[in-house]
Design a protein around this ligand. Structure first.
Ligand SMILES: Nc1ncnc2c1ncn2[C@@H]1O[C@H](COP(=O)(O)OP(=O)(O)O)[C@@H](O)[C@H]1O
Ligand SMILES: [Mg+2]
Length: 358
């Protein structure tokens, strides 16, 4: 949840948008093509990710946005090769020229932590509560580099300094419970950096933090990204966060990408009614504090029985029979890079001249 004004949003999107043109020339570090993941569970299939494609170059950031259960984490775990044995993955995930889909567990082990690292939502559950933080970071260092204990400890202090933990050498002796939530998340980021990743995935990494700490952690991630030309994937349910920090955005619904564009383009011309609903749910300073925030009414789709039509149709005030009968493909009717999957995008008048609330 980010509190931002429209002005902040357009400024951030503008600054980032200006580098989009320069960066599109760069060869992709990560290419995900038609990624599908389903789980086999109690003789049922859970269709968690249903055809996601994107490219991400070094030094660029992508936000994956959507409600809980929309397939954000599963799609990122597929990029990490971190899915349980019940998962069936098809499509392609190429990182730095290496195809990951179809690798054996042994091959994946070697790959994990060299090219890509992930930071999760809850740092207190990821850290060992009985171990001081310095040795925890040093352990991560030694898992990747052939260093002796002293060298690993020095490198751990260096990493804790990089994530701006004050008096890092002294804080190494602290246990996780002696640190604030924000500081614990910094430790997790230091651990993620231990292997010098080319791609860092932050999965709701700031969700459990207060707004100020959230912003500090996001600034830190961007700073680290700039320093080492890392690619960054920011996973969040918060579209406002994407607006402020990511170059590109994918909005997911029911395991599919329903809208995908540069952040600037997305905010200038939201097309998918679901994205619009998420946008209206962002708290804004220009609304009175007593205003009840509109939420996206209704329930997300049942991923064991995906509908033949648009999965958002039952919750969409623009939906008609066509939407219920067939699911639109993700496409860019304008010919640009702004793609969306909607028969009745927001730029067009509502079907049947329907009156819409805004
Ligand atoms: N190990 C699993 N087995 C069965 N279903 C799973 C598993 N992991 C995730 N899912 C299902 O996949 C869907 C997408 O989950 P997830 O990617 O975690 O959503 P998000 O991160 O967007 O909240 C959810 O319906 C979830 O219940
Ligand atoms: Mg998740």
């Amino acid at each position: 949840m980010a509190l931002r004004t429209n002005q902040d949003t357009s400024r951030a999107a503008g600054t980032l948008g200006s580098c989009v043109e320069n960066a599109t020339d760069r060869e992709a570090l990560l290419t995900v093509s038609d990624l599908h993941v389903h789980f086999v569970q109690h003789r049922q299939r859970v269709y968690a990710v249903n055809g996601i494609s994107y490219e991400l170059a070094a030094g660029r950031s992508l936000a994956i946005i959507g409600e809980s259960g929309s397939g954000k984490t599963v799609s990122c775990r597929a990029v990490m090769g971190l899915l349980p044995p019940t998962a069936r993955t098809t499509g392609s995930v190429r990182l730095d020229g290496v195809e990951l889909v179809g690798l054996s567990e042994k091959q994946l082990c070697r790959y994990r932590g060299t090219g890509v690292s992930m930071v999760f939502q809850d740092p207190s559950r990821s850290l060992n509560p009985t171990m001081r933080i310095g040795p925890q970071v040093a352990e991560a260092v030694r898992a990747h580099l052939p260093l002796d204990r002293r060298e690993a400890r020095n490198r751990a202090v260096h990493l804790l300094e990089r994530v701006r933990i004050p008096a890092a050498a002294r804080r190494c002796l602290d246990y996780p419970h002696q640190l604030s939530g924000g500081m614990r998340q910094r430790v997790m980021i230091a651990i993620a950096l231990a292997c010098d990743p080319k791609l860092l995935i932050a999965d709701e990494a700031t969700t459990s933090l207060d707004v100020t700490t959230q912003a500090q952690i996001m600034e830190l991630l961007l700073e680290l990204q700039e320093q080492s030309d890392m690619a960054l994937i920011l996973v969040s349910h918060d579209l406002g966060l994407a607006a402020s920090y990511a170059d590109e955005v994918i909005v997911m619904y029911g395991g599919r990408a329903v809208e995908q564009a540069s952040t600037r383009e997305l905010f200038a011309h939201v097309q998918m009614p679901y994205t619009q609903a998420l946008l209206q749910a962002i708290p804004r300073f220009d609304r009175p504090t007593h205003t009840i925030l509109p939420v996206v009414e209704g329930r997300p789709p049942d991923l064991t029985h995906l509908p033949t039509g648009c999965a958002f149709a039952p919750r969409c005030e623009r939906a008609d029979d066509r939407c219920r009968a067939s699911a639109p493909e993700l496409a860019a009717p304008g010919g640009g890079r702004h793609r969306f999957a909607c028969w009745h995008p927001c730029d067009e008048p509502a079907p049947d001249g329907r009156h819409e609330s805004s």
